[in-house]
Design a protein around this ligand. Structure first.
Ligand SMILES: *Cc1c(COP(=O)(O)O)cnc(C)c1O
Length: 335
């Protein structure tokens, strides 16, 4: 199957599985797992931060970070489209007693500076205390412009706010812009990085930031049920990904661009966006389900064709792009 539903669908490669089975492990709740320690240190170094903390998911990593930055009754500024706001079950509010203050994203994914400034509340008993600005990079595949990130985080700092980046795909942003992960992470106090997306590990995220902040996040990780025991088995997959699967993200980006070019040849399909490893489509409602079925019969999986998102990853080969375009053309030739 060519599975374009998400970059989370990758299977661990034989090399990754070998690294997992060879991993040296210990009880990480006691801080005894050398492979987890190695992953945390290696990720922190790549990101240019003091420390790293391994989590089972990006959702938990983001939540622990929000809870480490904010206390009960505080608020964080976040995009309407942000994963932490829309796709994480409202965890900040539910489990952190943190009020989200959503801000409408501009079409390029940024939060306009004047909207950020206007959303910051004065210190007054009427208001939640505005404590944190959270951005996401990439957002819907789009890389936030470096100049924008510098200005937004500078504005936040000037108002006494901390800054967090949901960098689930921060490596995609770095590779696409030809800069280091450190440059992507530098403007932020904390960054959550996923290994289970384009990097191809089965599980795992690492939160990076300063030692004090991460000590608070460590406590919240335990409270949230994220204290794991011999998790070096999982960390080994992430270390393998860090060493083998970062630079190759460029191939995913090239495949997504080629896919967009191919699909643009089909009159009924409107390619509404393409950035890094994602392609967004629109097509007439009546073709959605039949096209999805037609593609499935050709061994291609996509989800939600109306406003669909197709995602490339390390289990999608360059030749697969041609197969997808061909299968889509054959559907429209037959109607
Ligand atoms: C996937 C993702 C996360 C975390 O997701 P998990 O499935 O919990 O690992 C966070 N933010 C963004 C932008 C994501 O795409």
């Amino acid at each position: 199957m060519i599975d374009l539903r998400s970059d989370t669908v990758t299977r661990p490669s034989p090399g990754m599985l070998k690294a997992m089975s060879d991993a040296e492990v210990g009880d990480d709740v006691w801080g005894d797992d050398p492979t987890v320690a190695k992953l945390q240190a290696a990720t922190a170094e790549r990101a240019g931060k003091e420390a790293g903390l391994f989590f089972p998911s990006g959702t938990q990593s983001n939540l622990a970070a929000l809870m480490a930055h904010c206390e009960r009754g505080d608020e964080y500024l976040v995009g309407q489209l942000a994963h932490t706001y829309r796709h994480e079950g409202g965890g900040a509010a539910v489990l952190g007693s943190i009020q989200p203050q959503p801000i409408e994203n501009a079409p390029d994914g940024t939060l306009p500076l004047e909207k950020i400034a206007a959303a910051i509340k004065p210190l007054d008993a009427h208001f939640a205390r505005t404590r944190l600005l959270a951005l996401e990079n990439t957002l819907h595949g789009m890389v936030l412009p470096a100049g924008y990130v510098a200005a937004a985080t500078q504005l936040a700092r000037s108002k006494g706010l901390a800054t967090h980046l949901d960098g689930a795909r921060a490596f995609n942003a770095a590779v696409a812009s030809g800069v280091s992960l450190q440059q992507i992470c530098a403007p932020f106090d904390s960054v959550s990085i996923c290994f289970s997306k384009g990097l191809g590990a089965p599980v795992g995220s690492v939160l990076v930031g300063g030692k004090e902040l991460l000590a608070r996040a460590h406590r919240w990780r335990k409270v949230l049920g994220g204290g794991m025991r011999q998790s070096g088995v999982l960390a080994a997959a992430c270390l393998y990904a860090l060493h083998h699967n970062v630079e190759r993200l460029a191939a995913d980006h090239a495949n997504a661009a080629a896919l967009a070019r191919g699909l643009r040849q089909i009159g009924e399909i409107k390619v509404t966006g393409q950035a890094t490893n994602m392609v967004f489509l629109q097509l007439p409602q009546e073709h959605c389900a039949p096209l999805e079925l037609h593609l499935k019969q050709h061994g291609i999986l996509i989800q939600g064709v109306y406003g669909a998102r197709l995602v490339t990853h390390l289990d999608v080969a360059e030749a697969d792009v041609g197969s997808v375009v061909k299968a889509a053309k054959s559907y429209f030739a037959g109607i």
